[in-house]
Design a protein around this ligand. Structure first.
Ligand SMILES: Cc1cc2nc3c(=O)[nH]c(=O)nc-3n(C[C@H](O)[C@H](O)[C@H](O)COP(=O)(O)O)c2cc1C
Length: 244
């Protein structure tokens, strides 16, 4: 039960030096709960992959120190009467190569393409093995979210970031079973949802954010009509999404 119908949208803040959400982060979110937000969706927080984000000030969702920081955020929000879920994030090709915190980690995307669909030698196409590891990293984050007391998870599948790069035909030219037509391009997201569901059980809410537009293209449309939207979303519902 939420204290109100107000849901706070995820907003990247970059106030977590070395990826650790500190006391000020807990205070920022608990203030929102105190003032009537029913459900807080946190800023995007990095799954356990070296190229997940492009700033050392974006909070991580792995490692003891960062997870302890998040546990404190959860406690304070709960004490203020709110509910809170983390937004699990990997930016894929939206990361400039050489970005901190892991400057040597190659930027990765479904087909090694930029968000304009161009080849770029600094972006690496994920191998099938790496795709499997990435799915595991989302599932590990989901399990940790539940373990430290969050009220659910949100998967960031929107705005042209990694999961969305798999959905989008401009950035996904894969010829294995993670590429193909619109329905086939949902496999990465559906596998992530299934893997998360397996970790967290049937009753822990999974929210999935998707969008037609991309940060680099406001005219983009993943689904051109309601039939295509059905093709996009049905596999995700079947995999275990509760809320879009
Ligand atoms: C500073 C800022 C940071 C944002 N960071 C994220 C983010 O981490 N994850 C996300 O899904 N959306 C992010 N967004 C998008 C917001 O969640 C929201 O969709 C956007 O502000 C539009 O909301 P509105 O239509 O209510 O104005 C961000 C927006 C702003 C202004």
């Amino acid at each position: 039960m939420l204290a109100s119908r107000l849901v706070m949208a995820p907003m990247t803040r970059m106030f977590s030096p070395k990826g650790i959400p500190g006391k000020n982060v807990a205070q920022y979110y608990s203030k929102r709960a105190e003032n009537g937000i029913g459900l807080i969706i946190t800023e995007g927080t990095a799954i356990n992959h070296p190229a997940a984000v492009m700033s050392p000030d974006i909070p991580r969702f792995y490692g003891e120190e960062a997870l302890n920081g998040w546990a404190n955020v959860v406690n304070e929000v709960h004490q203020a009467g709110g509910k809170i879920i983390p937004q699990l994030w990997h930016v894929g090709a939206a990361r400039k190569a050489g970005s901190e915190p892991n400057i040597d980690a190659p930027t990765v995307s479904p087909s090694g393409l930029t968000l304009r669909g161009q080849r770029n030698e600094k972006i690496k196409a994920l191998t099938k093995e790496e795709v499997a590891e990435m799915i595991d990293a989302y599932a590990e984050a989901a399990a940790n979210a539940k373990r430290i007391g969050f009220d659910g998870i949100e998967l960031h599948g929107a705005h042209g970031y990694l999961i969305d790069q798999f959905f989008w035909e401009l950035t996904n030219k894969r010829t294995d079973d993670y590429g193909g037509d619109l329905g086939e391009r949902t496999k990465f997201a559906a596998d992530i949802v299934r893997a998360c569901r397996k970790e967290i059980g049937p009753d822990f809410p999974i929210v999935f954010r998707y969008s037609q537009w991309k940060g680099t293209d406001y005219q983009a449309k993943l689904a051109k009509n309601s039939n295509e939207l059905e093709q996009l979303l049905t596999p995700l519902v079947e995999a275990g999404v509760d809320i879009f």
